[in-house]
Design a protein around this ligand. Structure first.
Ligand SMILES: Cc1cc2nc3c(=O)[nH]c(=O)nc-3n(C[C@H](O)[C@H](O)[C@H](O)COP(=O)(O)OP(=O)(O)OC[C@H]3O[C@@H](n4cnc5c(N)ncnc54)[C@H](O)[C@@H]3O)c2cc1C
Length: 389
């Protein structure tokens, strides 16, 4: 079916990206999954291809393209079946770099954004803390002003790219007594004195490094404050829409990919004298999964369209992640089942997909927190507004 969202240029971009991923990434994925380390050369290759700069304006070294190029990047990254590799790439390009795109001044753009576009510097976004991730306002990390520096103390956890990144976008309380109105965002060199990292061992997303970070009297130059002091909570909330849509898109793309794989397998696998795709019990389940994926995909595209037009789609992006990650978990479970014993074997893609999928309803806001947000909007009539309005 001809898409109303993707032009011929988009399709050409998709074709060349697919080709790039097959040639440059796929041969290394199993190794990176095993070592939990993505080799540095691939970051530079992504930079050289312009993939990190899709959403960065041309004057800052990017390509300034519409959001559907980003959607294509996200979708194709899911289709090489390494949630961890995909996460490392999008956490850099859309978690760390979104803050740089939106809040960095000329100095910080030169120092962090341009090298991020080029693949010379890798970033991470540090919000979650060991004492609680869902309750962002309760964070305990502080950055207290002292002359021309801030002194950073505290800790973060579950930070994607946190071990191998070159810089961190860190949320900390500059005025702890003000609660969520006292949070600011800083760009911090990962190698700054007083920063230590511990790599976490995870169920899935195994190619990406996930860090626990400790900050012990880390000196941050005052010029590394991003945007306005004490506006951090609003910036975080504003960018959550994109992050949640990203996780929704990842979920529909991953689901589409594994269902296609399962269907192919089912057409070849025989039982009781016929291919297993002829059993009605399985056919009907396939149909339900296909229908759910289609609904999520079309919904996610419509949210992307509205976000790209500058609309503040808090409710819609939250629904996108809530529903698409739930569907993806069901698809992961069912498609593994369609492969029988082979679904449980690492040589087949379902086992990794099953593990990777489980992060969907947790990272970037748990499903429970997403329901809280949606209930505030639809029941309490709460209105969310962007920080910059
Ligand atoms: C692999 C991985 C990568 C991640 N990457 C990043 C990253 O790059 N940067 C970053 O900042 N964070 C990252 N995170 C953190 C992630 O966003 C948090 O794990 C998530 O927000 C939940 O926080 P928590 O783990 O502290 O759970 P908690 O907040 O402790 O919640 C525990 C449980 O209680 C439930 N709960 C909490 N509050 C409520 C409530 N009000 N009502 C109902 N239920 C509630 C939750 O839904 C959950 O089920 C990552 C996490 C993982 C696992």
């Amino acid at each position: 079916m001809q898409s109303m969202y993707f032009t011929e240029e988009h399709q050409l971009f998709r074709a060349s990206l697919k080709d790039f991923l097959q040639k440059e990434v796929v041969p290394h994925i199993d190794k990176w999954e095993e070592t939990g380390t993505i080799e540095r050369f691939i970051w530079k290759k992504f930079g050289d291809m312009g993939y990190f700069g899709l959403a960065t304006p041309e004057e800052d070294g990017g390509l300034g393209l519409d959001l559907f190029y980003t959607i294509i990047l996200l979708e194709e990254l899911q289709k090489i079946n390494s949630g961890g590799f995909a996460a490392a790439i999008w956490a850099h390009a859309y978690l760390a770099m979104t803050h740089l795109n939106k809040e960095a001044d000329a100095y910080l753009k030169e120092k962090y954004l341009r090298p991020s576009v080029d693949g010379d510097k890798i970033g991470c976004l540090c919000i979650s803390e060991p004492f609680g991730g869902s309750d962002v306002a309760a964070m305990r990390t502080t950055a207290i002003k002292n002359g021309d520096h801030y002194i950073l103390n505290g800790s973060k956890t579950f930070i994607t790219n946190g071990v191998y990144a070159d810089y961190m976008i860190v949320a900390a309380k500059t005025n702890p007594e003000l609660g969520n109105k006292g949070i600011s965002i800083f760009a911090v060199d990962r190698k700054s004195e007083g920063v230590t990292a511990n790599k976490l061992n995870k169920l899935g997303w195994r190619a990406s490094d996930t860090a626990e970070l400790a900050f012990d009297n880390v000196k941050i130059p005052a010029v590394n404050l991003m945007g306005e002091e004490n506006m951090g909570f609003s910036y975080i909330m504003e960018h959550f829409s994109l992050e949640r849509l990203i996780m929704g898109v990842n979920a529909h793309a991953r689901s589409e990919h594994v269902l296609e794989y399962a269907l192919n397998y089912m057409s070849e696998r025989e039982a009781f004298g016929k291919s297993i795709n002829q059993f009605q019990a399985l056919r009907h389940r396939v149909v339900d999964l296909h229908a759910d994926i289609d609904m999520c995909k079309e919904y996610n595209y419509s949210v992307a369209y509205r976000l790209d037009k500058g609309q503040y789609v808090v409710k819609e992006a939250t629904i996108s992640k809530l529903k698409s990650t739930k569907v993806a978990d069901e698809v992961a479970y069912e498609c593994l089942q369609f492969l029988g014993g082979y679904g449980y074997i690492e040589d087949y893609p379902m086992a990794r997909n099953f593990r990777d999928s489980r992060l969907g309803p947790i990272g970037g806001g748990t499903s429970e927190i997403l329901r809280e947000i949606i209930s505030k909007i639809i029941i309490d009539k709460k209105e969310y507004k962007p920080a910059t309005v």
